[in-house]
Write a protein of this length. Structure first.
Length: 296
């Protein structure tokens, strides 16, 4: 509940800041040779390729865990490439540079500065074990066919290191004709910040079911345990390549001419400095729809 309240408060703060930025429409704020000409709000997702952590990693992340005190020596670790997706929200301002004569603004590049909130899972681990043993033999009274009934046991441990982060975000963007109805853009970006609530989540599942090898098995017992361990504040940063398409909503009315919708995909490399372990490096990408207001 506390995590949800923190996220909700952060989203409200971002929306408030973005509304203040939009209120400046019609004013090009000048900062020396720079001029603030745009405001951006983007909502989407952040996906990160998670790597398999070892049992030793998670015992360091959650030394007080009761579940991880279990003996997992005869369990197998599942692996493979997986991507986990979570919410991402960004607000930013667009800043243009003056030309050499200081007489007009250059269309390219555009400097975009702002804040990004995202949630990611940097490290996961899954252990499982299953067993089968016979418990009964059934004989059909009509055909004499013999059916063997087995009891199947399945156990699994699932672990995940998660953190929500607020990051300062900067990108240099080059655009095709910004005054056209449609335009494309690309660039380079860097986002860096700290975690809001880093934590380790651990789940244990165990269930028994009877299987007659004909699809009529049924569960007859099971158990579930879970833990959530708070971790130290971490630091994260991401280098990325913003790629997008921009659409101006109107051609005649001034308000709609200044309002744009855009879609952006940003592949990159995400780094998470975990105090209890090491720096974790994962491939990642952000994507989402956004609103841009231009007053320059």
């Amino acid at each position: 509940m506390i995590v949800k309240k923190q996220r909700f408060s952060l989203i409200l703060a971002i929306v408030f800041l973005s509304s203040n930025a939009f209120a400046q429409e019609g004013q090009a704020d000048k900062l020396g040779n720079l001029t603030v000409t745009d405001a951006f709000v983007q909502f989407g997702s952040f996906a990160e390729r998670t790597i398999d952590g070892s049992l030793a990693d998670f015992r360091k992340l959650a030394p007080q865990s009761d579940i991880l005190k279990d003996d997992l020596s005869d369990f197998s670790q599942s692996g493979g490439t997986t991507f986990t997706g979570n919410t991402a929200l960004s607000i930013s301002l667009g800043i243009q540079f003056k030309d050499n004569e200081q007489s007009r603004l250059k269309a390219n590049p555009l400097l975009r500065l702002g804040l990004t909130y995202l949630s990611g899972s940097s490290l996961t681990s899954n252990y499982f074990k299953s067993g089968r043993f016979p418990i009964d033999t059934l004989v059909s009274t009509s055909t004499g066919e013999v059916f063997y009934v087995d009891s199947v046991s399945s156990e699994s441990y699932n672990m995940e290191y998660i953190s929500d982060q607020i990051r300062l975000d900067a990108a240099l963007i080059w655009r095709t004709n910004p005054s056209a109805r449609w335009s494309l853009y690309g660039g380079v970006g860097l986002a860096a910040g700290i975690s809001l609530n880093a934590r380790t989540e651990i789940y244990y599942n165990n269930f028994l079911y009877d299987d007659d090898f004909h699809g009529s098995g049924y569960t007859r017992d099971g158990s579930f345990r879970s833990e959530r361990i708070e971790n130290d504040l971490n630091f994260g940063f991401m280098t990325y390549i913003p790629l997008g398409v921009d659409f101006r909503l109107g051609k005649e009315k001034e308000f709609w001419k200044r309002t744009h919708l855009f879609y952006e995909l940003s592949p990159g490399i995400n780094f998470t400095v975990v105090p209890e372990l090491r720096t974790i490096t994962n491939a990642a990408f952000r994507n989402g729809l956004g609103l841009r207001v231009n007053w320059g």
